[in-house]
Design a protein around this ligand. Structure first.
Ligand code: FE2
Length: 210
């Protein structure tokens, strides 16, 4: 059974940028529901249940598609994606921490996108243009190159063996209580709570992932 991660900071710790009520509903209700449905979909597939959510999505083609029927595949893609993406989301935010890339990732971003500001602008742009629900991602692609794009719903970069370094949730549940329809304001505010030490750690994990 997969379990809901406990936040390493208080629900209110990201205020005023991300409000405590949104954090409560997002973590305790939305994330919990993805988890419950993910576990339910795995209940008759003990071998798949042994995989981490990350590995289950990473090995979707060679494991899930050969071991589970189509309806279970769809549930694992949607709810496994929703579960893992929120694990990442809580991990890459904190009330402290550097607010710009550090270490090897800082160098990689400068090399790929000219500057951190240029990268930030491009990521906000894809997040703004994602129609309806989805996520904007910074990933390591199959060549271990940085790339940014958005994907709808809970479709995961992991399904294409792209390692998610960081992602911004643009489902309305991520911002509607505080920002209502003003997604661009949320997409500006979130940079005040992204923790680039944590994101650097994910970059290092992504470089090793195979
Ligand atoms: Fe979400």
């Amino acid at each position: 059974m997969h379990t809901l991660p406990t936040l390493t900071y208080a629900y209110e710790a990201l205020e005023p940028h991300i409000d405590g009520l949104t954090m409560h509903v997002h973590h305790d209700k939305h994330h919990q529901t993805y988890l419950d449905k993910f576990n339910a979909a795995l209940s008759n597939y003990p071998e798949l249940a042994k995989l981490s959510a990350e590995d289950l999505l990473w090995h979707f083609e060679d494991r899930v598609k050969t071991e589970a029927p189509a309806d279970i595949q769809a549930a694992l893609k949607n709810h496994g994606g929703g579960f893992e993406h929120h694990n990442i989301f809580w991990e890459i935010m904190s009330p402290n921490g550097p607010r710009e890339a550090v270490g090897d990732l800082a160098a990689a971003i400068s090399s790929k996108f000219i500057s951190f500001l240029d990268f930030r602008t491009k990521l906000i742009d894809v997040a703004t243009k994602q129609f309806g629900s989805g996520w904007a991602w910074l990933v390591l692609d199959e060549n271990k190159e940085l790339a940014i794009y958005s994907l709808p719903n809970q479709d995961s970069p992991l399904l294409n063996k792209h390692y998610p370094i960081m992602g911004i949730d643009v489902w309305e549940h991520a911002y509607y209580l505080k920002y209502q329809n003003r997604r661009p304001e949320y997409l500006e505010a979130i940079w005040n709570v992204l923790d680039w030490q944590q994101i650097e750690a994910r970059y290092q994990m992504g470089l090793k992932k195979s």
